[in-house]
Design a protein around this ligand. Structure first.
Ligand SMILES: Nc1ncnc2c1ncn2[C@@H]1O[C@H](COP(=O)(O)OP(=O)(O)OP(=O)(O)O)[C@@H](O)[C@H]1O
Ligand SMILES: [Mg+2]
Length: 316
């Protein structure tokens, strides 16, 4: 066994970033609207799930480690729903409220087994609230073993560079799920975990593995990162660090639902790194966890017991 549940349970992860509420409206489609050529959905069931940074924190606690969630939400129904859901998970919540902010909600309307439309509610948080988040960050930092920034590009991480600097000064590992085309704000982090599209936006499309390696290493040294972890969906993942590169093949037996796999990967990596493991050691575990979560419908988290059952024999 690579690390005991007891030592994992002592690993404290500070998750900072954009939280969301994923909302699903399921219904029956019986007729077309007389108002426009669109179906009418009679909603029969509603489902809500915590998303983005909140889902990352949920993955940390499901594994058996500890997670605090520092995020900014609105002062609306969605934020209260999100808070109630988070309260059930064991995550330590630190929610900043901005009355002008609409809590990010992704509403999917599903009829006849298919998604008919997705409606997004979102805007950007105010700078004063974000400044107060930075103060909370400094207060929380000493009581955590690793910092995880979950950037979903909604504006909650405007001060990420300052927070990285404080984390560095405190000697904490820094893991970042990045967004956008400007990674200069992630300078000096321990590891960033872009997926294929995200990395392409920054280093351009690659034709060969050699080209990918050269450009990923170049990005790594430019940004002063310890490592770049490229998550490659069905191709597994590749780590680029000072030693070179390490590739692990995808482990999924069945694939049902790929959304949230990236959240599971970074949460698993952070939980084990927070417990004292090296990135290269934690990598196969994170890959396994990603492979397990894509095999699940609905749930997007993996427990320690499930993960250990799946890696048994593989790591020995
Ligand atoms: N189709 C798949 N088959 C096998 N493994 C998969 C598949 N999709 C994802 N995985 C596993 O999950 C990991 C992360 O997936 P991916 O690279 O798609 O992240 P992502 O795009 O950030 O996901 P998301 O943003 O939806 O959370 C992969 O490295 C792999 O281990
Ligand atoms: Mg992702």
């Amino acid at each position: 066994m690579p690390i005991s549940l007891e030592s994992l349970a002592r690993s404290r992860i500070l998750v900072v970033g954009d939280a969301m509420l994923d909302r699903y409206w399921f219904g029956a489609v019986d007729r077309i609207s007389p108002e426009a050529p669109v179906p009418i959905v009679r909603v029969t069931r509603e489902e809500e799930r915590i998303g983005a940074a909140a889902n990352v924190a949920y993955n940390v606690v499901t594994l058996g480690a500890q997670a605090s969630l520092l995020t900014v939400v609105g002062d609306d129904e969605a934020s209260r729903t999100l808070e109630a859901l988070v309260a059930k998970t064991g995550i330590q919540p630190h929610f900043g409220r901005d009355a002008q902010l609409k809590t990010t909600v992704k509403l999917r309307v599903i009829g006849r087994q298919q998604q008919l439309i997705r409606v997004d509610f979102e805007n950007t948080p105010k700078t004063e609230i974000l400044a107060s988040q930075s103060a909370s960050f400094l207060r929380l930092l000493p009581n955590h073993d690793a910092v995880l920034f979950s950037d979903y590009g909604k504006g909650g991480l405007a001060h990420v560079s300052d927070m990285i600097e404080s984390s560095l000064a405190a000697g904490k590992p820094i893991l970042i799920d990045p967004k956008g085309s400007d990674y200069s704000r992630y300078k000096n982090a321990t590891v960033i975990t872009p997926n294929r599209n995200e990395l392409q936006q920054v280093i351009g499309a690659w034709d060969t593995e050699a080209e990918l390696q050269a450009r990923a290493q170049n990005l790594r040294s430019q940004l002063g990162l310890q490592a770049v972890l490229l998550t490659r969906s069905e191709e597994g993942m590749s780590l680029f660090d000072a030693q070179g590169h390490l590739h692990v093949a995808a482990q999924a037996r069945e694939v049902f639902d790929v959304t949230g796999a990236g959240d599971t990967v970074i949460a698993t990596l952070a939980a084990f790194v927070g417990a004292g493991m090296g990135l290269r050691e934690a990598l196969p575990l994170a890959n396994r966890a990603g492979g397990l979560v894509v095999g699940k419908f609905g749930t997007a988290t993996v427990s320690y017991a499930e993960l250990m059952a799946s890696v048994q024999g593989v790591l020995q």
